[in-house]
Design a protein around this ligand. Structure first.
Ligand code: PLP
Length: 403
């Protein structure tokens, strides 16, 4: 491997950069996971986790990637042959539906354009037509990482209620939690699926289910086989600060630190920061004369932007040029978007100048790869990042003083 000076720019939409503070928190000798000190660590995570999910119920932590938490949500609440309504926002929604099929469930897939979040009216209509209530759950990806589109979760819940339908609502927040506002209880979400490696600023390896009391009731009747993912054993042992099997001990130190960092910045500030970075990124893309994959104005993601390349130009070649010349990783296009889009991750531990470096790398890459564009996107982003702070974006110190 060639030694390259400076830090690699990891600007994929997850895994994201892990702050030094989190790395240091994990850099400890392995601890006894049956000791009183470990129980204290686990008990201390409970309330900060509830605050970030916006829930009063249990938050279950798995030593697994996000896909594990997808599977856990399904096997704990459903029975063989159950119908689940799944909106295809993009690649990740499609993968969740494939898991449902493999587990012996019957996904009812509502196709989407991959250029917007979920169509709430289509969900409402499907539920109204299901008069005998055979659909047991509605599954939606909050932030579709393959397209950069967000789904309006509170509206999905309103559509379920308006149809008078008893289905559970399950939401994947793997690339939104800790980057965009989320409120499981207020939005009536029964199972929230999340992962450690994006807005939570941790390495990959932990995933989560935040569970409502309605989902806990469903779990008592559910008949899909489950062992590793079983909520009941987890909830029972977690109550005493332990796990039914060996947990990812050092990752839990990191989790405690990452949650503390998010709270110290203030969640509202964290969300405003992501919104601002997303706005600056879109301004650059517009100026370049390129199109975002998200074509619905109200559905743009604050954690990533997927950018379409003009016909005849390869997004993978552009990414390779940027990686080679500027040591920066950008996300690739997935499934039907392979080679058509590249994805700029602007989530997690990111500040204005990191974003500027990222956009400068993209703009230089566009020139080098011969992709037609109008130079000056970086300036367009700078104009947004350097404008006067608005009320919601006051410097953190001023906000703290005002409290
Ligand atoms: N859901 C979303 C929205 C994702 O972005 C990802 C991964 O990027 C997954 C699910 C799958 O998670 P994992 O790759 O951690 O298993």
């Amino acid at each position: 491997m060639i030694q390259r000076a400076g830090r690699h720019f990891l600007q994929i939409p997850g895994p994201t950069n892990v702050p030094d503070r989190v790395l240091r928190a994990m850099d400890r000798p392995t601890m006894d996971h049956r000791s009183p000190a470990f129980a204290e660590l686990v008990k201390g995570l409970k309330e900060p986790l509830r605050r970030i999910f916006g829930c009063a119920g249990p938050v279950i932590i798995y030593p697994a990637s996000g896909s594990g938490a997808w599977e856990a949500a399904l096997v704990n609440t459903l029975s063989p042959g159950d119908r689940v309504l799944m909106y295809e926002t993009g690649h990740f929604a499609k993968l969740w539906a494939e898991i449902a099929t493999l587990l012996g469930l019957e996904p009812v897939i509502l196709p989407g354009s991959w250029r917007s979040g979920a169509d709430v009216e289509a969900i409402g209509r499907a539920l109204e037509q299901d008069r005998s209530h055979t659909i047991r759950a509605v599954c939606v990806v909050h932030n579709e990482t393959s397209t950069g589109c967000v789904s309006p979760i509170a509206d999905v819940r309103a559509a379920i209620d308006a149809a008078g339908h008893p289905a559970l609502l399950m939401v994947d927040t793997i690339s939104s939690l800790g980057s965009m506002p989320y409120a499981a209880d207020e939005w009536g979400v029964d199972v929230t699926v999340a992962g450690s490696q994006k807005g939570l600023m941790l390495p990959p390896g932990l995933s989560f289910n935040a569970v409502s009391s309605k989902a806990l009731d469903a779990a008592r009747a559910a008949r899909l086989p489950r062992s590793y993912w079983d909520w009941s054993k987890m909830i029972d042992m977690n109550g005493r600060g332990f796990f039914p099997y060996t947990p990812a001990t050092n990752m839990l130190y990191g989790l405690g630190e990452a949650l503390a960092m998010l709270e110290e910045e203030g969640l509202d500030n964290v969300f405003a920061r992501h919104a601002r970075h997303a706005e600056a990124t879109r301004a650059a893309v517009r100026h370049w004369g390129l199109e975002t994959q998200c074509g619905h104005n109200g559905h743009h993601s604050n954690s990533l932007t997927a950018v379409r390349l003009p016909e005849g130009h390869s997004a993978d070649r552009l990414r390779a040029v940027i990686a080679d010349r500027f040591d920066m990783s950008l996300g690739n296009g997935l499934s039907q978007l392979a080679d058509r889009v590249f994805r700029i991750g602007h989530l997690g531990d990111l500040n204005d100048l990191t974003l500027m470096g990222t956009l400068a790398g993209v703009e230089m890459g566009l020139s080098l790869a011969g992709v037609p564009h109008q130079a000056g996107g970086v300036q367009a982003a700078m104009a947004i990042l350097s404008r006067e702070e608005t009320e919601t974006m006051q410097p953190i110190e001023m906000k703290r003083a005002a409290r």
